[in-house]
Ligand binder design. Structure first.
Ligand SMILES: *Cc1c(COP(=O)(O)O)cnc(C)c1O
Length: 229
């Protein structure tokens, strides 16, 4: 497990260097360690190395791994970064501190109900389908304004920023730029963009949270089937 602490040290150093290079304050970028598919022991190794922000893409997996770790590390913060079924909204609001995958009106309504029920309000990011890809989750860029209004005015959701996963087969910079401009236009300060392969480019373009899995925890086994959280 020492490799996890080494990887974390090297990625943290690269995050700091990229922040400085972009003229941004140290600490202005949150490194979210994406631990999906990796066992609790891997998370524990990262916690031992001082990492506190983690990302998971499935409610069930996070529910199995994190409550015990949270009891030991109360300052741990858990981000949901994968698609969420409305019938798991209550579980997600109970378990996560940040929900980065708010991607459709029906989910906005379910999250609002869950927050009212539990009296707990995780920060939300609207997931934007920044490449307008038909197969991908997220709100089309052209619809972000209406959706943001619906989330805030109709449902009272604490929307703090935007999240995106750019198309895999193209340079990400134009998409990061587009997400940044979209966030600025709507007065949103938080930008979740950048993964193992492109987090430095994302930081240069204003990311406030980067989601890094493979570069910290190693390769993941391929998923058996695509299922929603
Ligand atoms: C898995 C995942 C990541 C991490 O990707 P890596 O390439 O392993 O760093 C980031 N964001 C989302 C939404 C993911 O599902």
């Amino acid at each position: 497990m020492t490799s996890i602490s080494q990887n974390l040290a090297s990625i943290s150093a690269r995050v700091s260097a990229a922040s400085r290079k972009a003229g941004r304050e140290d600490g202005s970028v949150t490194l979210v360690a994406v631990s999906k598919t990796h066992p609790a022991e891997a998370v524990r190794a990262a916690l031992a190395a001082g990492q506190r922000e983690f990302g998971e893409n499935r409610v069930q997996e996070a529910a199995a791994k994190f409550p015990a770790l949270r009891a030991e590390f109360p300052d741990l913060r858990l981000h949901l970064i994968g698609p969420l079924q409305t019938n798991k909204a209550v579980d997600a609001v109970r378990l996560f501190d940040v929900i980065q995958s708010l991607d459709r009106p029906k989910l906005a309504a379910s999250l609002a109900g869950a927050m009212a029920k539990l009296q707990r309000r995780p920060d939300c990011y609207i997931q934007v389908n920044i490449g307008d890809e038909p197969q991908k989750a997220g709100i089309a860029p052209a619809l972000v304004e209406d959706f943001l209004r619906e989330c805030r005015d109709r449902h009272g959701l604490p929307v703090v920023g935007l999240m995106c996963i750019p198309p895999v087969d193209q340079p990400p910079e134009p998409y990061f730029t587009q997400l940044r401009d979209l966030a600025r236009r709507h007065g949103l300060t938080q930008l979740s963009m950048g993964m193992s392969g492109d987090f430095e480019a994302a930081i240069a373009l204003g990311a406030t949270a980067v989601r890094v899995g493979t570069a910290i925890f190693g390769e993941r086994a391929p998923p058996a089937a695509e299922t929603k959280a």
